[in-house]
Design a protein around this ligand. Structure first.
Ligand SMILES: NC(=O)c1ccc[n+]([C@@H]2O[C@H](COP(=O)([O-])OP(=O)(O)OC[C@H]3O[C@@H](n4cnc5c(N)ncnc54)[C@H](O)[C@@H]3O)[C@@H](O)[C@H]2O)c1
Length: 244
C-alpha cells in the first residue's frame, strides 16, 4: 500500500477497522473511514494517526446514492487521489427463514447491496479519471453455502459477488480492478459478545474462527498495487468452511 490512499466504508469496527489499520501499517499514505458510527470513526481515526498515516473520518450512511457520492467526495477532498476502496458495511441479524419481515428484507438490501453499489459508483467515477483503481467488496461464505438462519443476508451477499463482476467487466478498460472477498466466521468483538465464536470454530475445518487480520491480509493484497491482474473474482477466505 506504499504511498497509496484508501477509503474503507464501514471501517469504524470489526473487519473494516482491521483493514484500515493493516493498510496504514503497510505504508498507506492516507486512510479515510466512512461509517454511520460517529464514535467509532473518532476512535479509529486516532488509532490511524498513531500508525503515522493521514487519517480522515467521514460520518454518514451510504444507503442513498446522493449522500454516498457526497461521502466519497469528502474523503477524496481530504486524501487527494483515491487508489483503493474497500466496502465493509454490512448487516447480518439472524432470523428463521419464514420469519423475515418486509422491513428486514429492506434493511438487508439497503446496507449489504445498495451501499456497495452506491460506493462503487462514486469510486469508479473518481478512479477512471486516473486510469487506476482497486475496489474490494466484502461478501460472505454464506453466499456459497446455505444458511437457513441467515437466508436474507446470504442472498444479499450472493448479490454482492454478482454486482462485483458486473462492475469489474464494465470498468476493466479503465484499469479499475474490482473483486470480492468472502470471509468465513470472524472473531470480531461483536461476534465474541454474541457468543458465536465457539459455533464458528466448530463449523470450520481449520478449527477456529478467523481473526480480523486473517481476512484483512487478502483484502489488502487485492486493494494494493501488488494486485496487477486479478479482477472480477471472488476469493473465499473461510478456513475450509465451504468444503463440507
Ligand atoms: N463477522 C463475520 O463473521 C463476517 C463473516 C463474513 C462476512 N462478514 C462481512 O464482513 C463485513 C464486516 O463485518 P463485521 O463483522 O466487521 O461487521 P461490523 O458490524 O463490526 O462492521 C460493519 C460496519 O458497517 C457500518 N455500517 C452499517 N451500516 C452502514 C451504512 N449505511 N453506511 C456506512 N456504514 C455502515 C457499521 O457502523 C459498522 O461499523 C460485513 O460486510 C459482513 O457482512 C462478516
Amino acid at each position: 500500500m506504499d504511498g497509496r490512499n484508501i477509503v474503507v466504508v464501514g471501517g469504524a469496527g470489526g473487519l473494516g477497522a482491521a483493514t484500515a489499520k493493516l493498510a496504514a501499517s503497510r505504508g498507506a499514505a492516507g486512510v479515510a473511514v466512512i461509517d454511520v458510527d460517529a464514535e467509532g470513526v473518532g476512535a479509529i481515526v486516532e488509532e490511524l494517526n498513531e500508525l503515522g498515516c493521514q487519517a480522515a473520518g467521514v460520518v454518514g450512511s451510504a444507503v442513498m446514492a446522493e449522500p454516498a457520492h457526497n461521502l466519497f467526495g469528502e474523503a477524496a477532498d481530504r486524501l487527494g487521489q483515491v487508489h483503493a476502496m474497500v466496502n465493509c458495511a454490512g448487516l447480518y441479524p439472524r432470523k428463521p427463514i419464514l420469519e423475515i419481515t418486509d422491513d428486514e428484507w429492506t434493511a438487508s438490501f439497503d446496507v449489504n447491496v445498495r451501499c456497495t453499489h452506491n460506493m462503487m459508483a462514486a469510486a469508479v467515477e473518481h478512479m477512471r479519471d486516473h486510469k487506476d483503481g482497486r475496489i474490494v467488496n466484502i461478501s460472505s461464505v454464506d453466499a456459497f453455502k446455505p444458511h437457513p438462519r441467515n437466508a436474507h443476508y446470504a442472498a444479499m451477499k450472493a448479490a454482492v459477488t454478482s454486482l462485483t463482476k458486473s462492475f469489474a467487466l464494465e470498468f476493466a478498460p479503465d484499469q479499475i480492478l474490482i473483486n470480492s472477498v468472502a470471509p468465513g466466521g470472524i472473531a470480531t468483538d461483536k461476534a465474541k459478545a454474541a457468543g458465536w465464536v465457539p459455533e464458528l470454530a466448530a463449523a470450520t475445518p481449520l478449527g477456529r474462527a478467523a481473526e480480523p487480520d486473517d481476512i484483512a491480509e487478502m483484502v489488502i493484497f487485492l486493494a494494493s498495487s501488488r494486485n496487477r491482474y486479478t479482477t472480477g473474482e471472488n476469493v473465499i477466505v473461510g478456513g475450509g468452511y465451504v468444503m463440507h
